[in-house]
Design a protein. Sequence first.
Length: 375
Amino acid sequence: MSKLPNVGTSIFSIMSQLATAHQAINLSQGFPDFPVNEKLLEITAKLTQTDVHQYTPMAGYPPLLDKIAQITSKQYNRNVDPNTEILVTTGATQGIFTAIQAFIKTGDQVILLDPSYDSYEPSITLCQGTAIRIPLNDDYTVNWEAVAQACNPKTRLIIINNPHNPTGKIVNTKDIEALENILENNPNMLLLADEVYEYITFEQKHISANSRPKLISRSIIASSFGKSFHITGWKVGYLIAPSHLMQEIKKVHQFLVFSVNSLSQAAIASYLEDVNLDEISTFYLKKRDYFRTLLSTTRFKLLPCEGTYFQVVSYAAISDENDVDFCKRLIREYGVAAIPISTFYANGKDLKLIRFCFAKNDATLKAAAQKLSYL
């Protein structure tokens, strides 16, 4: 009997497989098609000749743990203990899964904000917990009154994805204050802050849970080197949490993966000595603006993109099809792959919106926009 009877092939795999079958430009999955930084490649090549090929300590390669503590202090003015408050994970998804396994028990409830990333609910279901999915407003702001009303003694966790995939929305100070009030009124509740796009923000600066004293003691924060350094295939992320929470997370992690790829950890630790994290947003800002300029001549309506490397557009002026069918036709007839937003909702809410990934070469974006101009 299946433990996940309602889970099938992810929409990301479906659209990527269709894109491959039809030789379409793949703007669906969130992976870059441009080269990795040459400096990182050089570091990795040199490290292959050194003694970094055995297990690291379970929590992570010590020099990398130290670097994570340093960047957290610099970026968010938070001092974390690299020995007790940081865990290197096999990508942020594994970190999120591990945190959920550590704290969710049978009958516990977890609040998700829809549209929500597809890995959250299955992780909750495997713990015999219940996902309480609360839709965002149509402008993708949070209905905090609805969130507060959903909280009860069974509510153990709320997951906030900020910057938000798929919408590109960033929460503001009022949102953070509302979240702090909810946690204050629900003392048994924890926050799982999925901040994998923390360095890909534009006009509005990302407000991390790392920077909020009221949240720190109740928060598990997930980050991703894969997203930040466009090395998604390396699958290296990390969690930050106070030691009393991290102790429980490590209990699960040691039996799930034990330790993460040693060469990748060593390479990232060395790379962090030279890289300027503030340049990441500048790099993606240029790509966002270039892609938006290209699409401005099409019939798609652009929604705001405050962060991430995703652009949501409305196709309501083009077709009355549901978004899944529209995306499939977009691949078959126009050679461009996108992701339908309805698949991020529990109820399949269809607002005639789709998501493009602009973490691509300019030539790729230009070619895709040319095809989209025919709609």
